[in-house]
Design a protein around this ligand. Sequence first.
Ligand SMILES: *[C@@H]1O[C@H](CO)[C@@H](O)[C@H](O)[C@H]1NC(C)=O
Ligand SMILES: *[C@@H]1O[C@H](CO)[C@@H](O)[C@H](O)[C@H]1NC(C)=O
Ligand SMILES: *[C@@H]1O[C@H](CO)[C@@H](O)[C@H](O)[C@H]1NC(C)=O
Length: 427
Amino acid sequence: MPRPRSIRLGVILPAAGTILLLYLLYIRSRIVVPDTNIPVREHFNDDEDPTVFEPPMASIRHSVIRGDDAAWTNDENTTWYSVGRHPNRGECWTYEDRFSAYKDPSPVMSAAISDNNNVNKSKRAVLLRMGSNQEWGEQFTLHARALVLEAGYLGKYDIVILTHLEMDDGAKATWMQRVPEELRPLVQTFTSKQVREWLPRSAKFKSIFDQNHLVVQMFMAQNPKYEFVYSVEADARLIGRWDVFLDDIDLEYAYHRKLKAPDQEMPAIPDLVTFESLRRPRDAWPWLEKECVEHFQGIENIRASLGIVWGWSRRMTDEMTRLNEKGINCYFEYFAPSTAYQQNLTTFFYQHPLYCPRTTPSSRNTMKKEQLGKNDPRSVQHEKVAVGCTYYFVNPHSQPFWEQWYHTPAACRPPALIHPVKGNFWN
Ligand SMILES: *[C@@H]1O[C@H](CO)[C@@H](O)[C@H](O)[C@H]1NC(C)=O
Ligand SMILES: *[C@@H]1O[C@H](CO)[C@@H](O)[C@H](O)[C@H]1NC(C)=O
Ligand SMILES: *[C@@H]1O[C@H](CO)[C@@H](O)[C@H](O)[C@H]1NC(C)=O
């Protein structure tokens, strides 16, 4: 009698071994080893004064993305997937790569920070927005110095640390002691009362929280030399360099502008730059205000987007002030995009890479091309648009993405605009 059982085992065991071996070889072949670890410390630009600082560089370079959409992060515990648009650079930054250049500023570097806005040639500024709850801990200080030296010194933007402080002069002076000395000359403060007094009488004032746009409008009205500003909330972060990121936005907008349709008018600088795709809010969105919906002639003409980082042209802020004069003042996440939509201004959505611990984003873009503003770029690849995860209104993904990076020296991160990073330790 044959002994089928043992015969079967005798065939199966070696076969299983072969399959396992092939599987392991297959896995290995799918893991693309990073090309090199280049200790890059080349000068960014010979024209720049090399004594100020060596601009940071990512130490790990690789082919941009693995075939399975997993991003290079060298994490022990979490695989981070690129969702939506893939990163456009094969860089992976360790926390050390990103921030070590800013740990011990030399006197000449501190002076470059303090003097950033005295050059007085820039027509563009970045407003770093915060309130009195800002702790100014060590990690936030590194972030603020990076912003000034990269967007300011290298990128030639003015940087204003625009701070909402409801305090008397004594308390304000005490608060200012928190700010590292070299950054203090960049701080400008305001109170709710000042905003209310600046606002045309006809418009209703709710609060800075609800109407964050007023701070930007007031800043533009009081600083006529600027033609464009970015506003950046204090709990947003950037992995990769600010000057590179801001240049990429300009380059991409210029590309879309070349491809505009014959009936479109797109100015040299866009009117509203947004980092989350526009959406038409649902009917029951609690932030909608009756008089605003009426003004924009129905919810189908309302556009909204996350207002953490936005770019504003003077045309944009002036248009909103004109509406204020007519008595219209709406919640900030839809006031600017709806105004741009109604007035045929150009809203440019810049899709930056997003990362998730799964292969799906938090939500999908739902707008169709026909629902964009008349003069908005149409060549954005909408099928690749994703929403959420590392740039979202809540932090279940942004926080671990940032914290695991900090706590694991070998971990690295691809370029990313991150929001929010919460907590006193980080802020
Ligand atoms: C990974 O997970 C283990 C077990 O949960 C934990 O002990 C370890 O600290 C984690 N490592 C990192 C870098 O988060
Ligand atoms: C900057 O320019 C403004 C007007 O454009 C001028 O009033 C001001 O004095 C200038 N500041 C410096 C430091 O040059
Ligand atoms: C915006 O463009 C549309 C379509 O061309 C036009 O009907 C409308 O009058 C324009 N609105 C403004 C405020 O220019």
